[in-house]
Write a protein that binds this ligand. Sequence first.
Ligand code: PLP
Length: 424
Amino acid sequence: MGDSFDHRHIWHPYSRVAPSTPVFNVTHAEGVYLTLDDGSRLIDGMSSWWAAIHGYNHPRLNEALQQQSQTMAHVMFGGLTHEPAIGLAQRLIRITARPLDTVFFSDSGSVAVEVAMKMAIQFQAAQGKLQKQHFLSLRKGYHGDTVGAMSVSDPDNGMHSLFARTLPRQFYADAPQCRPEQSWDEQDISSLHRQLCEHHEEIAAVILEPLVQGAGGMRFYHPAYLEAARQLCDEFDVLLIFDEIATGFGRTGSLFAYEQTHVVPDILCLGKAITGGYMTLAATLATRVVAETIAQGEPGIFMHGPTFMGNPLACSVACASIDLLLESPWQQRVLSIERQLRQELSHCLQLGNVADVRVKGAIGVVELTHPVDLQRMPEAFVQRGVWIRPFNHLVYLMPPYIIESEQLTQLTTAMMETIALFDH
Ligand SMILES: Cc1ncc(COP(=O)(O)O)c(C=O)c1O
């Protein structure tokens, strides 16, 4: 358990600086295991929030970092360039859809979203559409915690009322309801259609997480939604931004979720697993049309440039992570994780406090009838030797792809037993 200094002085994600929910002190991470300061070992079911797809302490990633640190840890990217950034941009362009062929590097997923939003505004402004400064996003979506990213995330989950005077005004369509296994219901797109009809003159872009709404509810939806959204965006002259910060790099069973459709976005945000969970790095890819249009408008440049843009350490480890992923049988791994999660988590449906079980790729979700007990449930998981971090009504798994079948069974068993413990 974390000590009292931590409780008194350090903010954790969505917490307060006061004794609140427990924190556990990690001393070592290797493969799928996290070791705590009391020596106990936990199987990691979270991949450090979608990121550590190869597991921890991977020799290939360690080597990439060590080698890069001996040549150049960082240099400014303004006016300078380097092989790690060029190599990473080449890889990203190669593995994404052809129209996406420009890359903007930034430091985190939220910033990649801010960059995407600014690109869309500059793209519209360059064509004299100065009133197109707002965005249309989906309820139950999540795009990050910075102000712009927050403004396009779910207004209720994001407590927009609290920040009402700061957050830019945006538009929201109802969250998609049609699940991937159901037959497509065209009604599902009607809310997005209505919003576009009413507000398209003010909308620069639609932004959404393709196929999986992550932190806003771990919801899976129908690929036809994206086909319909693409058509509407073209019809109403707005750009389409896909936020694949969570879904990117194989998690849903394809390298990028949009590959399960015929749709290509104008702008694509990537982050999280881009470095295999080693360093903070994100990328915003845009089509040449977007990039050239921005260049032709006022002021002729894109108005963004972070200090640590294209950090060589992060780019090197990202190159190594992408190579490692592509050389590995990641598709079979994700598929067998999916099969096993489907089979083993289905038993949770027998519990009275379980409302739904859903699986997509290497993501397994058990939705409870009541919000989880954040004081007691994480500890119950730790006592069972697993690291699972639930939120709201959701207990979910997104293990590293290298997890072995018995280790995954340990996770699903611990999940079932712990949920049963809270079934009263
Ligand atoms: C879909 C999506 N977009 C953006 C973000 C924000 O990324 P970061 O936490 O790196 O700022 C997240 C983080 O969970 C996410 O899941």
